[in-house]
Design a protein around this ligand. Structure first.
Ligand SMILES: [Zn+2]
Length: 501
């Protein structure tokens, strides 16, 4: 924290141009560009001016997203929004040969970490090596308007490597969450790009204002002024969130020779928040040079091979709508989705999946989950979103609603039951399935068969004596699939599964 404060002060001193400082909360990006990165910018610009073409090299870059939630696992960002958002970021970098993929999506549950106040500790404990680390906070301590920043390490003289935090921090609150441009912009910083208006940070809007420094319209100082990239337009800072003036041109500005110009409002590294749409060739050369020379650690991990896009939403099976389950152990299953390697699974008390009423949410590799955290006689809603490391673009998920019952499935609760066996399992359709129960006392109850949707298919009263008892389940009318048998007594319920092929 101390380093960051020092950094802010030194930066403001450096960039002070004689303009009135604006309220810091007007800035949506708090990145202090690390000076050591200019070495790579200048290398790329030299190549650019010498007529070298940008390389056709394609890079696969792993990204770790950190969702910072409260200790009780509520709050944080909504994963069903984070994944499509990441998809848009991936799409923004793809045309430049930089293929970002989701190495990992980690959820951290610690109330003290939901803002960036403890960033140094958070990063120390959770940063994933050899990946780009992006932290999703619900608040940034730097001010209400602050939507994100790249935190490098420019405080150490002679620093040539990003040894500090070197992470991207993002504010996902309501005023920033829809601004994917901010995330792309911060990653631009991560890959070495300064603002197009470098040197004018903190000066507010300079639309219509004469300035004494900065880049000349004639390009004569393009390699030493502002961002030091020669195919970006001059830009004196516009601080213009919420509008794209003059089509996609920025507001009228004046260079140090009083020559009027319009800055490019579409450049990701400008401050025209709603217009951001592209990087230039010169910027692509800078980013690729940074990846090759400063960030080759990002090229260590092998990219996931041959992953096709996920295009389907999961078909949720058990428990289905209106199903009812003993509350202590609830099994959830859904059909595997083609090409999916990961599933986001969530149980919530509300049907709009309000984060404050989230009960459980996990990232899973398999198409099933067992919850042991549910309350008796309660209505729950659950949903699943499928994705893989290369494909996070589906923004639709399936939901189901079910109730828990007042009793448990634990065998221990049914005093007297010693053993229970179901065979054959799996059974062919039409083949009788036998349930054998070993009990040392008399028990009266019901044998209920449920389908995967949680619907009651068969119900038979049973009376269990003090010796072995067998019960037959007729499968003639059952279609192929998974079924759950409940042996339900006043003393508790025992649950067994069988499959009909
Ligand atoms: Zn910025």
């Amino acid at each position: 924290m101390k380093n960051r404060i020092l950094l802010v002060f030194s930066f403001l001193a450096f960039s002070f141009n004689g303009f009135a400082q604006t309220d810091a909360s007007g800035d949506w990006c708090a990145t202090e560009y690390p000076e050591y990165m200019f070495e790579y910018v200048e290398d790329a610009t030299r190549d650019f001016l010498n007529g070298f073409q940008k390389s056709n090299q394609e890079y696969f870059i792993p990204v770790t997203l950190h969702n910072m939630r409260t200790t009780d696992a509520t709050g944080g960002s909504d994963i069903t929004e984070v994944l499509p958002m990441f998809c848009q970021i991936v799409g923004a970098f793809e045309p430049y040969g930089i293929h970002l993929y989701l190495h990992d999506l980690q959820q951290h549950n610690s109330t003290g970490w939901t803002d960036d106040g403890a960033l140094a500790t958070t990063v120390f404990l959770t940063k994933e090596p050899n990946t780009v680390n992006m932290y999703l906070f619900t608040q940034l301590t730097g001010g209400a308007g602050l939507c994100g920043y790249y935190l490098g390490n420019a405080t150490t003289p002679g620093q040539t490597e990003p040894m500090g935090a070197d992470v991207v921090a993002i504010n996902t609150n309501s005023t920033c969450e829809d601004d994917v441009g901010v995330l792309i912009h911060e990653l631009g910083h991560y890959f070495g790009l300064p603002h197009t208006f470098f040197g004018f940070e903190g000066t507010g809007s300079n639309c219509g204002v004469y300035v004494a420094n900065g880049e000349r319209v004639d390009g004569s100082n393009c390699s030493t002024a502002a961002d030091r990239i020669c195919d970006t337009t001059p830009d004196n800072n516009a601080l213009a969130p919420g509008s794209c003036p003059n089509g996609m041109e920025g507001c009228l500005q004046y260079d140090r020779d009083s020559v009027a110009f319009y800055p490019d409002a579409t450049n990701y590294m400008s401050y025209f928040l709603d217009c951001l749409a592209r990087f230039t060739d010169g910027q692509e050369m800078v980013m690729k040079g940074i990846i090759e020379n400063l960030r080759d650690d990002l090229l260590v991990l092998p990219a996931p091979a041959d992953l096709q896009p996920v295009t389907e939403t999961p078909n949720l099976l058990l428990p289905g709508d209106g199903g009812a389950r003993p509350y202590d152990i609830v099994d959830f299953t859904w059909e595997a989705v083609p090409n999916a390697t990961k599933y986001y699974f969530e149980i919530n008390r509300t049907d709009n999946f309000n984060q404050l009423f989230r009960v459980e949410s996990v990232i899973l590799d398999a198409n099933q989950y067992t919850s042991t955290m549910l309350q008796p006689s309660t209505t729950y809603h659950w949903r699943v979103l499928a994705y893989n490391e290369m494909s996070t673009c589906i923004d639709e998920y399936s939901t189901r609603t079910f109730d828990t019952q007042g009793w448990t499935v634990s065998n221990e609760e049914v005093e007297g039951i010693e053993a229970i066996n179901i065979s054959p399992n799996p059974a062919f359709s039409g083949q009788a399935v036998t349930l054998q129960v070993e009990s040392n006392r008399q028990l009266n109850g019901a044998l209920n068969v449920y389908n995967v949707g949680g619907q009651l298919i068969q119900q038979t009263p049973v009376s269990i004596g003090t010796s072995n008892d067998s019960f037959t389940i007729d499968t003639k009318s059952l279609s192929a699939g998974l079924y759950v048998v409940h042996l339900q007594f006043e003393e508790g319920t025992i649950q067994k599964k069988f499959i009909v092929n």
